[in-house]
Structures are given as structure tokens and as C-alpha cells.
Design a binder for this molecule. Structure first.
Ligand code: ATP
Length: 360
């Protein structure tokens, strides 16, 4: 069974604390993505699950069994690396067979598994080629095939698409998702790419400096980040963050003053805030709309046109922070132009400046 439980996991490399008190449960069959900035411990966590790295303290259980002392093979885990890690002098067929031969599988069983994996990955035409005779995308499929033939309880992927060009990344991403749907095996996937995280994951784990910041479905994390770090990490371009004061409206509603003349009401329950309190207001670039008359005056600095969409950079009048406004389609406002913008209702996030936690 491919369920995984990490309890109070700590890992140090000498004086470097790479993982701090990591607690995590992954259900059998889930597709879980680890994201976080460089050096946050994603690869270390994956390598610990694989059994390639010792733990300093804590426990790791797979299928309810403590696997702390077990080798990668005994854990029934297969890992797919960014570098593919294929044997260059062996054919694709031999690369796929090699691990099973070492485990003394019968010839017929090895052949059956290779045939099935090659069919799933559409690599039948390349079985007799050497890795150097394959494209990067084909090599990556062979690397995945080598994991599949082992029929692991858990697949681990360490940034498997980062050596592929953009088009192939999109295609391979979809193939891995399809594979997961077919196989229904637990997959744990490390990436820097938040589009991969958002589109592939059942559950995203956001790490920072060796600690888990938040765990949830992609939309839970996107719509309800529990702190400023998660809010800023997921979403591109980043969420706009503005220093604001809380205003209590005539109707006793709690509002956040994001700039003259408009007061913005939040849907969040801000029972804990009081009038005049300083907060950080977060609004994603896509959640500002251009308006005709009413709205916040927004002075344009410059824009980036991506063809199907435009990012406009500027300032809300009276606010120092740069604000990014997303507009669908092509739009070319002149630098210095003053537009009117309004945040969409209910799309405001509010954070405590000291604790950086969401106030909701
Ligand atoms: P990246 O996204 O850049 O690959 P990561 O999130 O995967 O980063 P890790 O490679 O897990 O991060 O590293 C976590 C921390 O542990 C870093 O501070 C790193 O320098 C340190 N570290 C990793 N491996 C070792 C090692 N073998 N010896 C000493 N320090 C290490």
C-alpha cells in the first residue's frame, strides 16, 4: 500500500538543518507535489522517503510499516530523476530489464512488464536503441518506464521535466497525469514550476527553510493561503501586497482602506481586527478589474504584453508599493496614464504584518 506517514522528521547536514519537525500524511493513490524556494529541503525530503538519505530523528512509515531501516528496493519505491540516470551502454530494453534481472525476476515476467510499460509510454519503437539515440523527452519516458516495471507502491519524481523544452514539458506533464489516473499509484513529485504544481497535484505541500508552511489542494492554497509566504509563492505574477488600515464602516462591516476614495469590504470574518489597525492587504493581479469611472486611481509605469494577456505595472495613488494588474487580451496603456481599477468582490486577502498569518 502506498500510503506514507512522516512523523516529527528532522534532518541535519552537520550544522545545516535541512528539515525541521516535518509531519505529513499522504494517502494511497494521491498525487502530491512538493514546492518551495531553492534550498527549502524538497529534494532532501524526497531522498529520505526513497531511503537514499538517513534521518536525524523522527519516523517514516509506508503502508503502516516503519521503513526507517529499509533500503530503497525494500521500500517498494521507484525514483525518477531529472538527469534520467539511464545506463548509456545498454539498450532501452536492457535499461528497463536491468533492475528486475538483479532482483532475479523470471524472463517471461520481465518481458511482460517491459511490453506493458513500453505500451503505456509509447516507446515500443525505441526498445533496441541506446539512450544517446533518443531525444530528451524519449529518454525521460524510458526513465519513467524503468520505474513502472518495478511496480512500486510509490513513485518519486525529482523535477523530471526541467531538462525538457517548454512544449515537451507541457506534453510530458499531461502524460504523467494520465499515467497517474491509469495506475492510481501514489506519486510524489518535486518541482519549481508552479504550473506543474497547480495542474498535476491532488495535494500541494509548500516548504520553506525545512518546514511545511501549508498542505492542501491547489485551489485551497490559492484561494486560502494561510500566510503571506504561501500567498506570495503560489500565483504568477505574485499577489499584490499593500499596507492598509482597517476601517469599520457605518453598517459595522469591516473594511480595508486600499486607497482613496474606495473602501474595500472583505468577505473574511475579521472579528479579531479593530478600526485603525495596520494590516497587509493581498490582491492577485487577475483580481483587479479596469473600471470606467469609479475605482482606485492607478498610475501606469509600464506593461508587458504576452499576446493573449497583459500585465500592467504601476502604483495606486498614495501607495508606495508597486501593483500589477492583469488584463486579458492586448492592452497598451501609456506610461503615466491614470486608470481606474477595482478589486473583485471577495477576493481580498488580509494578513497580520507581525505574524504574517492570514486574518480570517
Ligand atoms: P533546490 O530547489 O535548489 O533543488 P531543495 O529544496 O531541493 O533545493 P535541498 O537540496 O533538499 O533543497 O537542500 C536543503 C538544504 O540542505 C540546503 O540548505 C542544502 O544546502 C542542504 N544540503 C542538501 N544536501 C546536503 C549535503 N549532502 N550536505 C550538506 N548540506 C546539504
Amino acid at each position: 500500500m502506498g500510503d506514507l506517514k512522516l512523523t516529527k522528521l528532522n534532518k541535519s547536514f552537520g550544522a545545516v538543518a535541512a528539515l525541521n519537525d516535518v509531519n505529513l500524511e499522504i494517502d494511497n493513490g494521491e498525487f502530491v507535489v512538493f514546492v518551495g524556494p531553492s534550498g527549502c529541503g524538497k529534494s532532501t525530503l524526497l531522498r529520505i522517503i526513497a531511503g537514499l538519505e538517513d534521518i536525524t530523528s523522527g519516523a517514516i512509515a509506508i503502508g503502516g510499516r516503519d521503513v526507517g531501516g529499509l533500503s530503497p528496493a525494500e521500500r517498494k519505491i521507484a525514483m525518477v530523476f531529472q538527469s534520467y540516470a539511464l545506463y548509456p551502454h545498454m539498450s532501452v530494453r536492457k535499461n528497463l530489464a536491468f533492475g528486475l534481472e538483479n532482483l532475479k525476476f523470471k524472463r517471461a515476467e520481465i518481458e511482460a512488464r517491459i511490453t506493458e510499460a513500453a505500451r503505456m509510454l509509447a516507446i515500443e519503437p525505441y526498445l533496441d536503441r541506446k539512450p544517446r539515440q533518443l531525444s530528451g523527452g524519449q529518454r525521460q519516458r524510458v526513465a519513467i518506464g524503468r520505474a513502472i516495471v518495478r511496480e512500486p507502491a510509490i513513485f518519486l519524481f525529482d523535477e523530471p521535466l526541467s531538462n525538457l523544452d517548454a512544449a515537451l514539458r507541457v506534453q510530458t506533464r499531461a502524460e504523467i497525469t494520465k499515467l497517474h489516473r491509469q495506475m492510481k499509484t501514489t506519486m510524489i513529485y518535486v518541482t519549481h514550476d508552479q504550473v506543474e504544481a497547480m495542474t498535476m497535484a491532488d495535494k500541494i505541500v509548500v516548504l520553506r527553510a525545512g518546514r511545511i508552511e501549508q498542505v492542501g489542494t491547489p485551489l485551497e492554497l490559492f484561494d486560502h493561503p494561510r500566510n503571506l509566504f504561501v500567498a506570495g509563492f503560489l500565483g504568477s505574477p505574485r499577489m499584490n501586497i499593500l499596507k492598509c488600515k482597517v476601517v469599520i464602516g457605518d453598517d459595522r462591516s469591516v473594511r480595508v482602506d486600499v486607497g482613496y476614495p474606495t473602501l474595500l469590504r472583505t468577505e473574511a470574518d475579521l472579528a479579531s481586527v479593530s478600526a485603525g489597525q495596520e494590516v497587509l492587504a493581498g490582491i492577485r493581479p487577475a483580481h483587479f478589474a479596469l473600471t470606467d469611472g469609479e475605482g482606485l486611481p492607478f498610475e501606469v509605469q509600464y506593461h508587458e504584453s504576452l499576446g493573449t494577456e497583459t500585465y500592467v505595472y504601476g502604483n495606486l495613488q498614495g501607495k508606495a508599493e508597486q501593483v500589477i494588474v492583469h488584463q486579458p487580451g492586448h492592452f497598451a496603456p501609456a506610461p503615466g496614464a491614470v486608470l481606474r481599477i477595482m478589486p473583485e468582490e471577495g477576493r481580498l486577502h488580509v494578513f497580520d504584518p507581525a505574524s504574517e498569518l492570514a486574518l480570517a
